[in-house]
Design a protein around this ligand. Structure first.
Ligand SMILES: [Zn+2]
Ligand SMILES: [Zn+2]
Length: 387
């Protein structure tokens, strides 16, 4: 593998691919068209193995140098978001209310670029597997991929991924030892009472007070349950009570909240506190209760050796490096991989004043595709040098 990869030649094709993926944006778990586009692209790079339907619409492409050496996995994501695409470009999303608002189209273009280079010329040693993962945004995809038997047969030595970062200078590489991104989980509490005529609420059992007090108590959990040196948030994101019927005293109520911490253990404690609170109110007001946990993301905890590899690669790629002091407060389901395997995620600056991730006006900046590719190629090189 040449030390100076010929990325430039492939950039127009990769940008075109990114725009095609952007226009075809699909939500988590429904990435069929996206997987087709990627399959066509990868097939043309002649991987040694191309595996489909991994944990849903996921794809695995393996490039084997047939020389002994490390096995590196590089992961990107297939899914868009249920958010309208409001960008001024001729590749705007073709589906109303669905857009690539997290830049996963760009991440795919980067990893497709790696495929292009590996297809042309294998790495010097070892193997590289490229994972196009489904359903990242709902926190389901990584876990499903890990459970997939096709994936379980691989057992790579290292796992790497990047995420583009608006708010950071373009091309800057953002690294962090230990926790990179927060753990989070969604909680749905359903209270079940009994409806009555609004003229006679005393004849039914309204969950109104349970809903109101649960919202209040949830919001106070971090204040009373979390030590000063740790961070935690319980954000009530939705609540509902009965129907829009002025003649009816409500019989059911729902409270939804997102719990967020930098550590899986603290998240587990927070979960217990929230359940105790909700069950307490169900008891007090004599209501039925149903508890559901959704979209669970473990913390993305970077492995120290993998971070060293990223640091060395940044140096060789000639990129600027930034060591972030605090972890990111958003969550990434790449945490499922770092929980089980040796791996790390790094950030790639998308521009200081770039629209934020998940904003309707957000669009992945094409200029950083080349930086992403050269980072991954140098990471592969570095793992070989160290083996
Ligand atoms: Zn996202
Ligand atoms: Zn994302």
């Amino acid at each position: 593998m040449p030390s100076n990869f010929d990325i430039k030649t492939h950039l127009p094709e990769l940008q075109k691919l990114r725009h095609r993926l952007h226009a075809a944006a699909e939500v988590s778990g429904e990435e069929q068209k996206t997987a087709e586009i990627i399959t066509d692209f990868l097939s043309a790079t002649s991987p040694d193995e191309l595996q489909k339907n991994i944990g849903g619409h996921g794809l695995l492409a393996t490039y084997d140098s047939e020389e002994p050496g490390p096995h590196v996995l590089i992961r990107c994501e297939l899914d868009g978001l249920p958010i309208s695409d409001k960008i001024e470009a001729d590749y705007e999303s073709e589906t109303d209310g669905v857009g690539h608002k997290c830049g996963h189209d760009g991440h795919m273009a980067v990893v497709a670029g790696v495929a292009k280079l590996l297809g042309k010329q294998q790495s010097r040693a070892g193997k590289v597997t490229l994972l196009f993962q489904p359903a990242e945004e709902t926190g389901e995809g990584a876990a499903r991929v890990i459970q997939d038997s096709q994936f379980q047969n691989l057992s790579p030595d290292y796992y790497f991924a990047l995420h583009n970062l608006p708010g950071f200078p373009k091309h800057q590489v953002v690294v962090r030892n230990d926790t990179f991104a927060a753990a989070s989980v969604g909680l749905i509490i359903r209270f079940e009472g009994a409806t009555a005529h609004a003229a006679h609420p005393e004849e039914g059992n309204s969950p109104a007070l349970a809903v109101a007090q649960t919202i209040q108590s949830f919001s106070a959990v971090p204040q009373f349950q979390v030590p000063l040196e740790k961070s935690a948030k319980v954000t009530v994101i939705h609540a509902a009570l009965g129907e829009r019927a002025f003649g009816t005293s409500p019989g059911n109520g729902t409270v939804m909240a997102t719990l967020r911490t930098y550590e899986d253990e603290l998240l587990a404690k927070l979960k217990d506190h929230c359940i105790q609170i909700a069950e307490g109110y169900a008891d007090t007001f004599d209501l039925g209760i149903d508890v559901e946990w959704v979209e669970e993301f473990p913390a993305t905890v970077n492995n120290a050796e993998a971070v060293k590899i990223i640091e060395a690669a940044t140096d060789k790629a000639g990129s600027e490096i930034y060591h972030k002091k605090e972890p990111f407060s958003w969550s990434e389901d790449f945490g499922h991989f770092t929980k089980k395997y040796k791996g790390a995620m790094f950030g790639l600056g998308a521009g200081k004043n770039h629209p934020a991730l998940h904003a309707q006006t957000y669009d992945f900046p094409d200029e950083i595709i080349a930086t992403g590719i050269s980072m991954f190629m140098q990471i592969i090189n570095e793992t070989i040098d160290r083996s």
